[in-house]
Design a protein around this ligand. Sequence first.
Ligand code: BT5
Length: 320
Amino acid sequence: MRQKILEELIENRDSFISGSQLAESLGISRVAIWKHIEALKEEGYDITGVSGRGYRLNDNGVIIPDKIRVGLPQQLIGSHIYYYPRLDSTNEALKRSIKDYPPEGTVYVAGKQEGGKGRRGRKWESPLGGLWFSFLLHPTLPLPQTALLSLVFAVSLTKSLDVFAGLPCQIKWPNDIYCQGKKIAGILLEMSGEIDNADNLIVGIGINVNLRTNDLPVAISTHSTSLLEICGREIATDNLLITVLKDLDSYYQEFLNHGFSSILLEFKSRCLHLGKAIETTRGLDIIRGINTDIDDMGNLVVQCQDNLVRISTGDVKVLN
Ligand code: BT5
């Protein structure tokens, strides 16, 4: 019944539907409707109730999985899609579901995340107005190849975001997405599973869509942007998700079938700091030098005073 009420609200989203109309069409009492509405609010749906007018579901980027599925051709990523108005983290939720063997390509989308995660234990701010999602893959590849996927998906995301931003997006190694010099999206890859079945790769993607970065903590807002701020208008989150999932799938297939070389060329052409002075770390050492290349294993190649250093994990700070 709750699902039916939700469907009615989604159908009429952003406008009011009266409690008695809902009660009549679903054949239950108005009190029962009210109870279900309260439960939906508890789940995280943003529903306004006004006496005399009824209930209104405020859109805020609510995703309707069936609508996304219809927009996707036969493809792996997005084979099954679930939407939750509120989660701790889509990566964590998908990880928890692994015991139930979800099909490969399953996508979890959240309206907001209360424990959004960045890399290396960092936090990812995920209020309403973003596109926060994760998907599951079982790549049967050696680990160094699997690690390249973080670069592959970064290239894919810049391609999708170019279309919506109307501007070229760049990548800060390994996979931060920038637009007009500010971070607009991030990617988090995590492996999960038993020791004998360690092939669950969870790819989490966060995109600032219809949010104002001024509402993020100050330390973040000065370095970040959103599609809303770049375009000056709201973007349809469902269309964005369809485009992003299509591109992710086609880059994944390209990588599996033809390898990394052409994607690496694209990565280099998108890279914010190739040829520039950068600072990064290796273990406890701080490495400063010119980022001369990204090699075919996805490593950052840095020319320090008299030696060439290859960096496989970490963060980059662009100097000057
Ligand atoms: C990332 O980490 O950029 C990976 C972000 C992945 C988020 C997605 S959302 C769906 C899925 N579920 C999750 O729980 N996570 C994934 P990293 O490179 O470590 O960047 C984190 C840093 O970016 C933080 O320390 C902040 O400085 C900054 N930051 C946090 N929230 C931001 C936001 N919304 N927009 C721009 N920058 C942000």
